[in-house]
Design a protein around this ligand. Structure first.
Ligand SMILES: Cc1cc2nc3c(=O)[nH]c(=O)nc-3n(C[C@H](O)[C@H](O)[C@H](O)COP(=O)(O)OP(=O)(O)OC[C@H]3O[C@@H](n4cnc5c(N)ncnc54)[C@H](O)[C@@H]3O)c2cc1C
Length: 416
C-alpha cells in the first residue's frame, strides 16, 4: 500500500473537500490523499433550520464517498499525531504516511467537559443544542409550554458567530405564532459584551431584540448546569450590561449566578481537537498557527491550514472557507511549480446568515477589521439594497440557494 503522497489533507469536512476538489480541478495530476475517518459528510449550516423544524436533517448529510473527488485517494483513518520535522502523519491504526505538503483541517471539538454537569445534561429533556443534535432542539421548542426560554453563547472562538442567536430568534417567532409569547420570557445570556461585532448588523439586532422584548444579559459565561433543578450557572462580570430586563428566577452561590430555565439552548465550549492541541503545529491559544493572509504555517512552510481548526482571527464559518480554500490552492500550486507563494491573499472574509425569524434574514459579511462588506454581485442578483436589514429573499438564499451551491458547486471545486 502506498504510504507517500505529494499532498495529504487531514479532514474531509467543508474545508478538506472544497480544497481537494479545487486543487484537482486546477491541477488534475496532483497526487492528493484525504485522511478522514467518517463515512458521512455534513452540511452544518442548515442545522439552525433543522432545530426550528424548517429543514430535513437527512438532507444535511451525504455519504463521504460521494463528495471525495474521484482522482483523490481516501484513507479511511484518523490522524493521531504529527511529525512535521520528518513530514510524517501518524494514524490511529499505527500507520505512518509521509507527504511533500500537508493541509490541516480536521475542524474543532465541542468540549462539553468544560461546563460542569453538561456531559450528562446535553440533548436530554429540555436541554438542547443545535451544535450537537438539532433534531432534539426542535422537539424541545415544539414541546415548550411557556416559562423561561434560556439561550447561551460561549466565549469566542466558536463556530458560526450567529448560530447561538439565530435559533433564539426562530424559537421566539415560533412562540409568537403559537400564542405562547405572553407566558414566555426569552433570555439571551452571552459571554460577549455586544450582540455582534459588525456595527451595521449590531444596530439591526438591537432593534429586533427591543421590538420583541428579549432580555439580553451580557458577560454571562456558562459554567455549570444543574439539570435536576433546571438551573444554569454563570460566571458574571460585575456591572454587566443588560437589555430589556425582565423578572426571572435568579440564584446566587459560590460566586456564580443561577438562572432557572424551562428550556435551555446552549453551545458547548469550542476548542481544537486534542491531537491538534498536543501537536507542534499550534500557537499559545492551541489552534493551528498560520499566517492570516497566506494561510501557510508560520514554522513549517510545506504545511497549510484553514477552516475551524486554524488560528485565523475571524469568525469560523463555511463561508470563510469558501474564500480561504482558493488562497491555499493557489499558494500550494505556486509553491510546487515555482517554489514561491502566489499573490493571492485572504482578507478575513466571513459571513453569517443571521436568521431573525421564519422567512426573514439579515446577511452579515465582513473582513478582519469587522468592516461590513456585502458582496455587490450577490446583492444585485437578489435585488437587495441593504443586507443589514431583514429581507425574505435572504431567507430564500439561506434555505434553498446556499445548500444547492454547497453540494453542486463549492464541493465540486467550482469557485463562486
Ligand atoms: C449549528 C451550526 C450552524 C452553522 N451555521 C453556519 C452558517 O450559517 N454559515 C456558515 O458558513 N457556517 C456555518 N456553520 C459553521 C460551518 O459548518 C463550519 O465552520 C465548517 O463546517 C467548518 O469546516 P471544517 O472543514 O473546518 O470542519 P468540519 O466541516 O467540521 O469537518 C472536519 C472533518 O475532519 C474530520 N476529522 C476529525 N478528526 C479527524 C482526525 N483525527 N483525522 C482526520 N480527520 C478528522 C471530521 O470527521 C470531519 O469530517 C455552522 C455550524 C453549526 C454547528
Amino acid at each position: 500500500m502506498k504510504t507517500h503522497h505529494q499532498i495529504i489533507i487531514v479532514g474531509g469536512g467543508t474545508a478538506g473537500i472544497m480544497t481537494a476538489s479545487l486543487l484537482l480541478k486546477k491541477s488534475p495530476l496532483l497526487d492528493v490523499a484525504i485522511i478522514e475517518p467518517s463515512d458521512t459528510h455534513w452540511y452544518q449550516p442548515a442545522w439552525t433550520l433543522v432545530g426550528a423544524g424548517s429543514f430535513n436533517y437527512n438532507r444535511t448529510k451525504r455519504p463521504m464517498v460521494s463528495v471525495i473527488p474521484k482522482n483523490a485517494k481516501w484513507i479511511r483513518d484518523s490522524v493521531v499525531s504529527f511529525d512535521p520535522e520528518n513530514n510524517i502523519v501518524i494514524t490511529g491504526s499505527f500507520k505512518n504516511y509521509s507527504y511533500d505538503y500537508l493541509i490541516v483541517c480536521p475542524g474543532l471539538k465541542l468540549d462539553t467537559s468544560l461546563v460542569a454537569g453538561l456531559p450528562n445534561a446535553i440533548d436530554k429533556g429540555v436541554v438542547c443544542s443545535n451544535y450537537t443534535n438539532p433534531n432534539h432542539t426542535w422537539q424541545v421548542i415544539k414541546n415548550f409550554k411557556g416559562g423561561t426560554a434560556l439561550f447561551t453563547q460561549p466565549p469566542k472562538p466558536y463556530k458560526c458567530g450567529g448560530a447561538p442567536q439565530k435559533i433564539m430568534y426562530l424559537a421566539d417567532d415560533y412562540f409568537k405564532k403559537h400564542n405562547l409569547k405572553d407566558k414566555t420570557k426569552v433570555v439571551f445570556a452571552t459571554s460577549g459584551d455586544a450582540l455582534f461585532s459588525v456595527t451595521e448588523i449590531t444596530e439591526t439586532l438591537k432593534k429586533i431584540v427591543n421590538r420583541r422584548g428579549i432580555n439580553v444579559k451580557f458577560e454571562h459565561e456558562l459554567k455549570k448546569i444543574d439539570s435536576k433543578n433546571q438551573i444554569a450557572w454563570f460566571k458574571v462580570t460585575e456591572g454587566f450590561k443588560e437589555m430589556n430586563p425582565t423578572e426571572v428566577e435568579l440564584h446566587d452561590k459560590d460566586k456564580l449566578v443561577g438562572i432557572k430555565y424551562d428550556m435551555l439552548h446552549l453551545v458547548p465550549p469550542n476548542t481544537a481537537p486534542d491531537f491538534i492541541k498536543n501537536s507542534p503545529l499550534v500557537d499559545n491559544s492551541k489552534w493551528v498557527d498560520i499566517d492570516p493572509y497566506t494561510l501557510q504555517h508560520r514554522k513549517y512552510p510545506n504545511i497549510f491550514s484553514l477552516g475551524d481548526v486554524s488560528n485565523l482571527p475571524t469568525s469560523k464559518t463555511g463561508a470563510a472557507i469558501r474564500k480561504q480554500a482558493p488562497v491555499v490552492v493557489y499558494n500550494l500550486i505556486n509553491l510546487i511549480e515555482l517554489k514561491k507563494l502566489s499573490n493571492k491573499t485572504y482578507n478575513g472574509y466571513s459571513s453569517c446568515p443571521f436568521i431573525t425569524g421564519y422567512g426573514k434574514m439579515v446577511l452579515a459579511e465582513f473582513d478582519y477589521d469587522k468592516n461590513f462588506t456585502p458582496d455587490p454581485k450577490l446583492m444585485k442578483r437578489l435585488f437587495i439594497k441593504d443586507s443589514s436589514q431583514e429581507h425574505w429573499r435572504l431567507w430564500v438564499l439561506k434555505k434553498y440557494i446556499l445548500p444547492y451551491l454547497y453540494w453542486n458547486k463549492l464541493l465540486k471545486g467550482i469557485e463562486i
